[in-house]
Ligand binder design. Sequence first.
Ligand SMILES: NC(=O)c1ccc[n+]([C@@H]2O[C@H](COP(=O)([O-])OP(=O)(O)OC[C@H]3O[C@@H](n4cnc5c(N)ncnc54)[C@H](OP(=O)(O)O)[C@@H]3O)[C@@H](O)[C@H]2O)c1
Length: 223
Amino acid sequence: MKRPYVILNAAMTLDGKISSLAGDSRISCKKDLDRTHKLRAEVDGVMVGIGTILADDPSLTVRRVSGKNPVRIIVDSRGRTPPEARVLEDTAPTIVAVSNKAGKRDIEGLRSLGARVIVTGKEDKVDLNSLLKEILDQEMEKILLEGGSTLNWGMLNQGLVDEVRIAVRPCIIGGENAKTLVGGRGFDKIEEGVELELKNTERVGSNLLLIYNVKGASSCSKK
Ligand SMILES: NC(=O)c1ccc[n+]([C@@H]2O[C@H](COP(=O)([O-])OP(=O)(O)OC[C@H]3O[C@@H](n4cnc5c(N)ncnc54)[C@H](OP(=O)(O)O)[C@@H]3O)[C@@H](O)[C@H]2O)c1
């Protein structure tokens, strides 16, 4: 299937957490935030799950460097994105991808706030394959996946990620229920896991940036 090139980008602690149990996700140092904003300016769209919208209320815009804001893509089966969410401010275009679980009123409410609503598939969850196809049809060829844990699993499990960029903060926070880089059900066997190939490493401020290609990734779009 033709789909956009997808880069998963995240900041995590050395023990693999992307937020604390209490919900603190401010893991990136200033230089890493600059890097993330630069990356946003280089892609056509930035995608997050509704869990991240509800937990962090991010803007997902380019503010720390000069550059164009990407289209914000929210994966939100039931159309729960709150009307006051920053992603619905008119600083950049926003797509909310819902499933048939979303009510008409919620869809109309999101549209009235300026969001483009895409209804995907017949399942409870957003059909990520058809969403990516529709995104490519709109000439968005490069997408940044900014989590969280559950959406990262959904995308990786379906083979929809081409590249992984992780900024590792030299810090350990523990917490068995704190969100990790990838949640979901997980694979039973190590050999079933998503195999990566190290492409580059770099010191970014106090963090270590690890850049991997996903082995066998099948995006047809240009990088
Ligand atoms: N450090 C970092 O770089 C970073 C970055 C981003 C987020 N975070 C942290 O991650 C946490 C949020 O992660 P999360 O796992 O709770 O939420 P999430 O991954 O942001 O969103 C998951 C939700 O997306 C919806 N969804 C719809 N279709 C889906 C599909 N096909 N596959 C997967 N998800 C689908 C589901 O909710 P519905 O069923 O309601 O649609 C699902 O529960 C927050 O604590 C945030 O701070 C950290």
